[in-house]
Design a protein around this ligand. Structure first.
Ligand code: ATP
Ligand code: MG
Length: 422
């Protein structure tokens, strides 16, 4: 299945990292689609269930242009009307003229046809049609076409969100997420923000030896105020390329931010950070589910035990069908080979899950313990270790990038938008 490429081309031809403007989620609009052929109906349904269209309300009907005309005669038309015509040339144009008589001026129209006909395309555009797509449709192209209608072409790319979750508490997802984030920032020179959403128990500050006075909770409390200035105050800039959004890790109060607040924080951070690493707590709440379903990439970290296997399968069972146009989540098998502990062999684990792990990390208490105690990353302190090499390959696979040998100054003036520097 097609996966969106991490490389995004800017208008000046420069390559940068992030999600392209057309990959932005489609806003809360109403869409009605009237198709003629079953394959178009299937592609529309598949697009409708995509995470980028999660906010849009989509209705798919049969009957093509004529059914749309009958349906909307005397009715208000939706924000976007998608109609399929089986006609060609002049007959197709007559169909669309007919539709124009029932269509509100504010409604955008996308036409689907079978003919790859430039003349027809031009005539449709002249009539104010927003796009003409030639069937059979690829759901991703359809989503792109819709997203383009609601995105200003001059908009800067937004960041890619990579979400990490553990299949079992303590499996190591935070550790892997922080190491991957560090490598992407420092070795791949992609400006990265790591967000710790484990509000009471998160370890991001500890892992990087930082004790900020403000935290992600300040952002969650007032997401509507999150502009560059507030982000500047709340983010901890570790290096030119790496910023942290730490958790408060205080138990004096409970944390009950609105689910929408998590989404707003992510939206704000991805406006200025090409790569956003999200460290999720091991809980299952509506906002965790939503964050995973809407992420650009997902990494599930599991230990080679029965509990991880059961939960890992549950993650894949919910995530795969609900993200039909995305690559499946990646699996990391961590803490393999704990002495004297019986475990499920990696091969059997992979077979039972139906997915090959993207990375297998051995249990290395000395390495991880020392790094944690010094507030350093394994990939930084022991870059030649097998663990660090594995984490580096995972980071490269997630970004589609390899380290550059010299002269790499990064790709976007990212943190330059933030005033403070350390
Ligand atoms: N491969 C490994 N070998 C040895 N120790 C490890 C390994 N991976 C992680 N650890 C250690 O295991 C502990 C738990 O790791 P971590 O906090 O990353 O897990 P988690 O899945 O995020 O846990 P939680 O469910 O609490 O969020 C940490 O002390 C970490 O240093
Ligand atoms: Mg964790």
């Amino acid at each position: 299945m097609a996966q969106t490429l991490p490389a995004v081309k800017l208008k000046n031809g420069e390559q940068t990292f992030g999600a392209a403007p057309h990959e932005r989620p489609v806003p809360r609009i109403s869409i009605a689609a009237f198709c003629e052929f079953p394959d178009t109906g299937a592609a529309l349904q598949r697009a409708a269930s995509d995470r980028r269209l999660a906010k849009a309300h989509v209705v798919v009907e049969l009957g093509g242009v004529q059914a749309a005309v009958d349906h909307f005669n005397g009715q208000v038309t939706p924000n976007l009307l998608i109609v399929e015509t089986k006609m060609q040339g002049k007959a197709a144009l007559d169909d669309i003229d007919h539709l124009a008589q029932v269509c509100d001026p504010a409604t955008k129209v996308v036409v689907i046809g079978r003919a790859n006909d430039v003349e027809l395309y031009r005539e449709l555009m002249r009539r104010g049609v927003s796009d003409y797509l030639v069937a059979p449709l690829n759901p991703i192209h359809l989503i792109e076409s819709i997203a383009n209608l609601y995105t200003d072409r001059d908009t800067q790319p937004i960041g890619r969100i990579i979400a990490f979750a553990s299949a079992r508490g303590g499996a190591g997802s935070s550790t892997i997420a922080h190491n991957v984030g560090w490598y992407i920032a420092e070795k791949l020179k992609i400006h990265t923000t790591i967000i710790d959403f484990d509000l009471p128990f998160g370890t991001l500050g500890l892992d990087f030896n930082e004790e900020p006075t403000q935290s992600i909770v300040d952002a969650l409390a007032a997401p509507e105020r999150l502009d560059d200035t507030l982000l500047d105050r709340l983010l901890v800039k570790v290096t030119d390329h790496l910023a942290l959004f730490t958790s408060p890790t205080l138990l004096e109060r409970g944390y009950d931010a609105e689910p929408a607040a998590y989404e707003s924080v992510l939206e704000a951070v991805r406006q200025m950070s090409p790569c956003v690493i999200v460290d999720l707590p091991h809980v299952w709440t509506p906002w965790v589910r939503q964050t995973l379903l809407s992420a650009d990439d997902i990494v599930i970290v599991a230990a080679p035990c029965l509990g991880s296997l059961r939960n890992g399968k549950a993650f894949f069972d919910i995530l795969k069908p609900n993200r039909p146009n995305d690559a499946p989540p990646r699996l990391v098998l961590n803490q393999v080979g704990v002495p004297k502990r019986p475990e499920i062999p990696a091969k059997d684990f992979a077979q039972a899950m139906g997915v090959e792990p993207s990375l297998v990390v051995h249990f290395e208490p000395q390495l991880f313990g020392t790094s944690a105690n010094h507030g350093q990353m394994v990939v930084a302190t022991q870059p030649k270790s097998q663990v660090a090499e594995g984490i580096a390959r995972l980071a490269e696979a997630l970004t589609g990038r390899a380290p550059q040998t010299s002269g790499n100054k990064g790709v976007l003036p990212f943190f330059s938008r933030l005033k403070g520097s350390r």
